[in-house]
Ligand binder design. Structure first.
Ligand code: WQD
Length: 341
């Protein structure tokens, strides 16, 4: 019997690798498609080390439609596609907008064309809370207005969601979901996989763990004069393992659907934490004082955003099981494992 195969583009990346582990734990066989532009080959070995199963690996760029067609047309038993592969640095996207539009949109359209021709179904798209911009009301629901994105990166996510909606309207049997992530943090409890930022981390938590590990002199808090209780920005930080499990739940949700569907889900914890709260929680978990300074605001930052996750809880039959402390503990353990290896 053909194994329950799931194509995972960007499967050697941060969220992709954690999702491959949870797919295997749920009895699926991931087929990783990755060009290793922003990921490392050894992560595939680590997935095997954690689960005992080595995913198939196809090394190709997701914008290479004919390459994808050649490599995938022989596969049987494909139960779904999870599309992570994308450029995702907000700041970089303002410097290289065309690279971002080409890569993020062309990869999505190539895969959708392929789905149709090869008779695949159940497409899960990696979207982001960035599509909401600065929400007027909190918590954010899936019906909250989509605002003008703050960056080309955010616009590629909005545009890809529109592409998928039009695709599903024109192909009514197709089943498609867009998962809007809030702020993924943390690492697998084994410390064998985790976040591998290239160069200076843009995101808060890897910058914190690298500072604590002595790789950075200090963390700069980007502004403490916002309209929040302690003056620092508020985000919804979700453990990457909870996020990975939500992708398995999304695939199973699509498989359950008798008819075609396009749907959207927020994936967060439903709770907001400020930058200073994250720092304090990290200090408590790691048992150290973090060297940080208050600096100027970072342009493009929104003040406060956290998710209403009732829809995902109900429809995906998924709930977060881990909290901020768990995520910071696992992030710190992963950082220390990197230093040892
Ligand atoms: C969080 C908070 C910063 C670094 C981005 C993308 C989003 C998603 C997740 C892809 C903010 C503050 C940060 C630092 C700081 N990526 N900060 N000092 O900007 O909420 O979201 O990453 O999908 O699309 O926009 O995450 O971790 O960069 O920042 O004070 O050195 O930490 O100002 O308030 P962000 P972040």
């Amino acid at each position: 019997m053909d194994k329950k195969r799931i194509i995972v583009t960007g499967g050697a990346g941060y969220i992709g690798s954690h999702t491959c582990v949870e797919l295997i734990n749920a009895g699926y066989t991931p087929i990783i498609i990755d060009n290793f532009f922003n990921s490392e080959r050894f992560i595939v070995d680590r997935i095997e080390q954690i689960t005992g199963l080595r995913p198939d690996l196809i090394e190709v760029d997701c914008t290479d439609y004919s390459g994808l067609m050649t490599l995938l047309k022989g596969y049987k038993g494909i139960e779904g596609i999870i599309h992570f592969a994308a450029y995702k640095a907000v700041g970089e996207s303002t410097q290289k907008p065309v690279d971002y539009y080409y890569n993020n949109i062309a990869s999505t359209t190539a895969l959708l064309k392929l789905m149709n021709i090869l008779g695949f179904n159940n497409f899960v798209f990696s979207s982001s809370c960035t599509v909401y911009g600065q929400p007027d009301e909190l918590p954010v629901t899936e019906n909250s207005p989509i605002k003008t994105a703050e960056s080309p990166y955010g616009r590629t996510k909005q545009m890809c969601e529109d592409v998928m909606k039009d695709y599903q309207k024109a192909n009514q049997d197709q089943k498609v979901v867009s998962l809007r992530y809030f702020n993924p943090i943390g690492a697998h409890s084994s410390s064998l996989i985790g976040e591998l930022p290239r160069g200076v981390p843009n995101n808060l938590v890897p910058y914190i763990t690298q500072t604590a590990a002595g790789l950075r002199d200090h963390l700069t808090v980007f502004g403490d004069d916002y309209d929040t209780p302690d003056g620092t920005c508020i985000r919804d930080y979700i453990h990457v393992v909870d996020l990975a499990k939500a992708h398995v739940a999304a695939i199973e949700y699509l498989i359950r659907q008798k008819n075609g569907i396009y749907n959207v889900f927020n994936l967060g914890t439903g709770r907001g934490n400020s930058v200073l709260e994250v720092i304090r929680t990290f200090e408590e978990v790691a048992g150290l004082k973090l060297n940080y300074k208050i600096g100027p605001r970072r342009s493009g930052d929104i003040v406060k955003v956290y998710a209403d996750v009732a829809k995902a809880n109900k429809d995906l039959e998924w709930e977060t099981e881990l909290d901020l402390k768990d995520a910071l503990r696992d992030a710190w353990s992963w950082e220390r494992s990197l230093k040892e290896n």
